[in-house]
Design a protein around this ligand. Sequence first.
Ligand code: DQA
Length: 144
Amino acid sequence: MLTYVINGPNLNLLGRRQPHIYGHETLADVEKRCADLAAELGLTTRFLQSNAEHQIIDWIHEGREEAGAIVINPAAFTHTSVAILDALNTFEGLVVEVHISNVHKREQFRHHSYVSARADAVMGGFGTHGYLLALRHVALSKSA
Ligand code: DQA
C-alpha cells in the first residue's frame, strides 16, 4: 500500500518562501528525504504538491483506491477548506496532518484546522522533520 504525501498551496516555494518561518530546504529536498526514509521503513510514497484545491481533492479520491495512508500539509487550505475535510472523510486509511510551523504560535486565523476534524495525528512546529516523523508514525502504525 502506498502512502500519499500531499502538499498544498505555496509549498512549491519552500526554501524561498519566508525562510525564517519555513526554513531553507526546498520541497525537492523534503521529497528526497521522505523517499530515503520511506525506503528504510519499507514504505512506498507518492509525493505531490498543488496550488489547486480541486487537484488535492482528486488525489485524496484517488488515494481511496491506491493509498493506505495520507500525510497531508494542506497549507492555507487547512484553515478554509471544508471540501478537503469532506474528501478526507471518504478516505478510510490513516491521515496525518503536517505543518512545518507551529500554527498555534502564529496568527489567530491559523489556529483552526478543518482537516484536524479528520486527522488521526497532527504534527506542527517540527520544521520539515514533521514529514519524516509522520512517515515513521505511518510505519509504526502499520506494524502495530
Ligand atoms: C503551513 C501553515 C499554514 O498556516 C500556512 O498557510 C502554510 C504552511 C505550515 O506548514 O506551517 O502555507 O501549513
